[in-house]
Design a protein around this ligand. Structure first.
Ligand SMILES: [Zn+2]
Length: 352
């Protein structure tokens, strides 16, 4: 990793400016980060394409980057160097950085709510991320990988499974026997949501806009399906539950899908929302909220404790990350194009 001038260089997928076109991403040489005090240098073995990455490439993330920038919120690899004062990790340890680079000392971190840290940096957003041969993070910002878990499964699974876990289990408190809808059931967080609801013993209704995605959700264990291009989610949900409606919804589309999902809730139902690419401004009738005692929770960020839990369940074979297609890191632009085509089920994983 040294060039002719003694500089330490690495390959990375880099942007020099924002752009609609996937070719905004260029595979080229950049300087390898060097670990400072308390930091780890990780040789990446796998990284996944996240919606955050495609938003960031287009300049839609809402946080400006210094250019050139290495994006990538998902990665997994092994530690190859440690800075001064690193006590908890050593060279050779298998780890995944957690995208929330939390401060550890703010009021929310102190309260055990690091996913709403008031001072967090974000991997691949405010600092260089995982679309590179090497990534640098603090020793407090990684999770160890179970021996039985591959780097690819770790990169593919950690954020989506932890996100779905936080929403369904920690916030939504789903219980065995409850009826639960997961929308965008073919998406990156959707298929983990289907599996986690099943593992929790819920009766899972997968909702998506295409029959082929619903067939795959059924293969993952969904008990029933709703195609929301053909059916109204509220009406379909009542038809599937003897007219009662569902106890919880994990919703990630927004727009009419969010409105219909609120309509699908039974009395006392909970809706967890983690995305709104399908419509950010939504007309909602608030009378339903107090008439039915329903709750809407904003979710979307996990803690390292939740990541550790889902990685352990993946290693035990209880949760299975779905990898749609593998790419080389040099093909990051093609991986972004596939992500934006929406013609996939599961995740796009890249290897350096
Ligand atoms: Zn904090």
């Amino acid at each position: 990793m040294r060039d002719d001038h003694g500089e330490t260089i690495m390959k990375a997928a880099v942007i020099h400016d924002y752009g609609e076109g996937c070719d905004t991403l260029r595979y080229e040489d950049v300087q390898t980060p060097s670990p400072g005090s308390g930091e780890l240098l990780i040789k990446t073995h796998a990284m996944a394409v996240n919606h955050c990455d495609t938003d960031l490439r287009k300049g839609l993330f809402g946080i400006a980057q210094e250019m050139p920038h290495v994006m990538g919120v998902d990665a997994a690899g092994e530690i190859i160097a440690v800075g001064d004062g690193v006590s908890r990790f050593k060279v050779g340890d298998r780890v995944a950085p957690h995208f929330m680079l939390t401060c550890g000392i703010c009021q929310n971190c102190s309260d055990g709510k690091e996913n709403i840290c008031q001072n967090a940096e974000i991997l691949g957003v405010t600092v260089w991320g995982g679309y590179a041969e090497y990534v640098k993070v603090g020793q407090n910002h990684v999770v160890r990988l179970p021996d039985a878990l591959s780097y690819e499964d770790a990169a593919a699974g950690q954020i989506p499974f932890a996100t779905a876990w936080e929403a369904l289990v920690e916030v939504g408190r789903i219980r065995a026997g409850e009826h639960v809808i997961v929308t965008a059931a073919g998406g990156g967080v959707g298929s983990p949501g289907v599996q986690i609801a099943q593992l929790a013993g819920a009766r899972l209704i997968a909702a998506a806009g295409a029959d082929d995605k619903l067939e795959k959700a059924t293969a993952l264990g969904a008990d029933a399906t709703i195609n929301y291009e053909k059916e109204h989610i509220g009406e379909a949900a009542r038809a599937l539950t003897d007219g009662r409606g569902v106890d919880a919804v994990l919703e990630m589309i927004g727009g009419r899908i969010l409105r219909q999902s609120i309509d699908a809730l039974a009395d006392g139902g909970r809706l967890m929302t983690i995305g709104a690419h399908g419509g950010e401004q939504v007309d909602v009738d608030f009378i339903e909220f107090f008439r039915k005692h329903i709750t809407v929770h904003g979710c979307g960020r996990s803690t390292k404790a939740q990541v550790r839990r889902v990685l352990a369940l993946m290693a035990a074979g209880k949760l299975r990350p779905v990898i749609h297609k593998r790419f080389g890191l040099s093909e990051a632009a093609e991986a972004h194009a596939l992500m934006e085509s929406r013609k996939f089920f599961g995740r796009m994983v890249m290897t350096p």
